[in-house]
Design a binder for this molecule. Structure first.
Ligand code: C2E
Ligand code: CA
Ligand code: CA
Length: 734
């Protein structure tokens, strides 16, 4: 470019040429900047940017070409020059708009390049045509004032374009920055949202906020461009696919699969939006895992026993139904075991509820260990509340297997439990029923197992019982009896008979024992030995016992002074009924000294402290306490010292053996002697024969005698007559 330092060129011209060069060189990068702006914008904005970029680029290459050619230009040249400029700009515009649409496609890029090349060739051609003669001397060309003028005009124009471009670019940059700030603010807003927000187009993620990245436990970079199905759990795929196809605006629940394989539950609401000018979908995703968990917890609580975590009755019934439905299909048998712990209430009362709870948990653990480790199909264990457990074995076919299982369970519970420093021994009763023989439905089978358990509980020893149809009929009989007895108590339709009790001489009448009697027209007499236990189980004994006590006291109050009445109290009554606060004595006017209360050892064993307190309260009223049936139960002589008894009744079973059994006679003798030494009276009851009577009189230190030999239980009327006869004979004797 030797022309720059040309001799003939004036300082002014040189500056102008340099300015033109700078402008030309600066225009190309400017054009590039503007092209990229065009790429980043849409619609008319893009068109404007493309036009600006093409103008800058076209002018730039045109100016450069002009300078390099540096040819003298005739006065008529401007038209050709302008035309060549237009060619350059148009070519650039064509290429740029092609490139802006190319999306990196090589064919577009090449085509654009070709257009530019073509435009350059055309521009050169048109521009050369403006020259009247072939290029000669640069100095000469530059020296031409006409050329310089044109160059100055062109330079001015280009500067203007450059300036304009700069201004526009600056404005645009500020606008872009503002947009970026706004976008940043929006992103911050979106990120601050608790809900996950996600924009996708046909399932391909375009954007996501922080809440969503946390929810799906993946970084934003991993999400953008990814498929939404990458993080949706397989189980939710069909639903989401359907929603994508139909695009309804409603809330759906779906499961998210986290990278670690765990799941979360979410709720999603989508609606269409325009994103980057194109339709897309925005989805608001809310984490509902906690809500789901809470619901699951509630469901668990509702269907499981809180103490042991075992299924409860409701859940067990469902399990049983499923098992029965399955065995109905496969023809397999199922066995249902109902288990009840003996005297659990007593343990609870004796050691406290905390220990009772711990015991139940320990029982549940032992049972489930066996049920789970059963060789065949594993059983299902449940707790029905209290001390009742149920177990179903889907495939314990034979009665033998079920019985073996029941024995194993009983043996496991028979081992002492060490809880809170206490060693607790318990036993369990089990009732077993088989499906389908003993019940095809869950409730029928459960009833049968319950019935079997009922009879197992009636046994003396802790046993297991397999259901038999006869159990059912007997149970129904008992239920009917219970209903009838309840009515009889309500209607005071029970009788009381009185059995005389004599002094050791067998002649002096001292009092009577009140014995309840139940007569029904259709059934005749039901002995108390049958209905008293029933009344004790059902709790009916409390009103029944009150009735007997009141009636007997009222009757005895009519007797002359000196004759007492003895009333039997059931252990259940002593435990539950507040007899001491009863006004039966004041109501009937019977002096307390003429009332004896007979209790059995059962009262003392179950809840020693409570029984002691209740008995002491009764004793405080001034009544006498009698220990009944001595010799049948635990026959612990220690009770005699610990409880405030006045009298001991030697049971009939001992008395009846007196004559034959020397051992029994020795025991009766010893007991009587001990009782006497403790200041207790001793009654021998159930004396039926003269031999027994004689033996008692000769060898046993008993103070009173009662039995069929001396008098059967009799009606109140007969008892009154007996008293009168006794008084008359006493009168006669006197
Ligand atoms: P218990 O308290 O031992 O009453 C004595 C039972 O022996 C009575 O039977 C009586 O009839 C029977 N007995 C008396 N002497 C003889 C005899 O020489 N030979 C034979 N074989 N038996 C004799 P009962 O009336 O059938 O009462 C049976 C049990 O029912 C009573 O035994 C008592 O435990 C209970 N009981 C009766 N009445 C009541 C009551 O009002 N309340 C409560 N809680 N229990 C009652
Ligand atoms: Ca009695
Ligand atoms: Ca007795």
């Amino acid at each position: 470019m030797g022309w720059i330092g040309a001799e003939g060129m004036g300082g002014h011209d040189l500056q102008l040429a340099a300015a033109a060069l700078v402008v030309a060189v600066a225009l190309c990068p400017l054009a590039l900047v503007m092209f990229f702006r065009a790429l980043a914008s849409h619609g008319q904005r893009r068109l404007a940017w493309l036009l600006a970029a093409a103008t800058a680029f076209g002018t730039g290459i045109w100016g450069m070409a002009l300078l390099t050619h540096a040819s003298p230009v005739s006065a008529g040249a401007p038209v050709s020059l302008a035309l060549s400029l237009i060619e350059a700009v148009t070519g650039a515009l064509g290429a740029f708009s092609l490139w802006s649409r190319s999306r990196g496609q090589p064919s577009f890029l090449m085509l654009g390049g070709a257009i530019i090349a073509l435009a350059v060739v055309a521009m050169h051609y048109t521009g050369l045509a403006a020259r009247p003669f072939p290029p000669a001397d640069v100095t000469e060309a530059l020296a031409l004032p006409g050329f310089l003028q044109i160059l100055a005009v062109l330079g001015g124009a280009a500067s203007l374009i450059l300036l304009l471009g700069l201004v526009v670019t600056m404005v645009d940059v500020r606008f872009v920055l503002r947009r970026a700030k706004e976008a940043e603010r929006l992103r911050q807003l979106a990120d601050a949202a608790f809900e996950g927000l996600l924009i996708h187009r046909d399932g391909i993620i375009l954007d996501a906020n922080t809440a969503l990245t946390t929810l799906v436990a993946r970084p934003r970079e991993a999400l953008i461009g990814a498929d939404i199905f990458d993080f949706i759990a397989l189980s939710s795929h069909p639903l989401i696919r359907e929603r994508l196809a139909t695009r309804p605006s409603r809330i759906d629940e779906f499961a998210i699969m986290l990278p670690d394989g765990s799941r979360r539950f979410a709720e999603v609401l989508s609606r269409p939006i325009l994103y980057g000018g194109k339709p897309a979908t925005i989805a608001a995703v809310r984490d509902i895992s906690e809500r789901k968990q809470a619901a699951a917890r509630i469901e668990h609580l509702a269907r499981h026993d809180a103490l042991t975590g075992l299924p409860n009755r409701a859940k067990f019934l469902d399990l049983l139904r499923d098992i029965l439905a399955e065995s109905d299909e496969t023809g397999a048998f199922a066995s249902l075991l109902m288990l009840d712990i003996d005297r659990f209430k007593f343990v609870n009362g004796l050691y406290g509820h905390d220990l009772g709870d711990a015991l139940l948990r320990a029982v549940a653990r032992r049972l489930s260990a066996i049920v789970r480790h059963h060789a065949g199909a594993a059983g299902q264990l449940a707790r029905f509340g209290g001390d009742e457990f149920a177990i179903v074995f889907p495939a314990l076919r034979q009665a033998g297997a079920a019985a073996t299982m029941a024995e194993a369970l009983q043996a496991a519970l028979a081992e002492p439990f060490e809880i809170a420093g206490q060693s607790i021994e318990i036993s369990a009763r089990i009732g077993i029923a088989f499906a389908p023989q003993h019940g095809k439905t869950a409730t029928a089978l459960m009833n049968s197992a319950d019935t079997a358990l009922f009879w197992a509980k009636r046994a003396v020893r802790p046993v297991m019982r397999i259901f038999e149809p006869a159990m059912e009929t007997e149970l129904q009989m008992r239920r009917r009896m219970e209903r009838d007895l309840r009515l009889a108590v309500q209607n005071r339709a029970l009788d009381i008979h009185y059995q005389p009790i004599y002094a050791r001489d067998g002649r002096t009448l001292l009092g009577f024992e009140a014995l309840v009697r139940w007569f029904q027209k259709d059934r005749g007499w039901t002995p108390p030995g049958r209905f008293i236990p029933l009344a004790e189980e059902s709790g009916l004994i409390v009103p029944l016992g009150r009735f007997v006590l009141e009636a007997a006291c009222a009757e005895a109050a009519k007797w002359p002074d000196g004759f007492y009445v003895a009333v039997n109290l059931s252990p259940v009554q002593v435990r539950t009924d507040d007899l001491a606060s009863m006004d039966v004595l004041s109501k009937t006017g019977l002096p307390p000294s003429r009332l004896e209360l007979e209790v059995t050892e059962g009262v003392l064993i179950d809840d020693t402290e409570r029984a002691r307190a209740h008995l002491l309260a009764l004793k405080a009223l001034g009544v006498r306490l009698v220990l009944d049936d001595f010799g049948t139960g635990y026959s612990s002589l220690s009770y005699l010292g610990r409880f405030p008894f006045d009298k001991l009744k030697i049971d009939r079973s001992f008395v009846s053996r007196l004559a034959e059994d020397a051992g029994a006679a020795a025991i009766v003798r010893a007991i009587s002697a001990l009782a006497n030494s403790l200041g207790l009276a001793v009654t021998a009851e159930g004396v039926e024969t003269g031999a027994q009577f004689d033996l008692l009189r000769a060898e046993v230190a008993c103070t009173e005698i009662q039995g069929f030999l001396l008098g059967q239980p009799m009606t109140a009327k007969a008892a009154r007559r007996l008293i009168q006869r006794q008084r008359a004979s006493a009168w006669n004797a006197a």
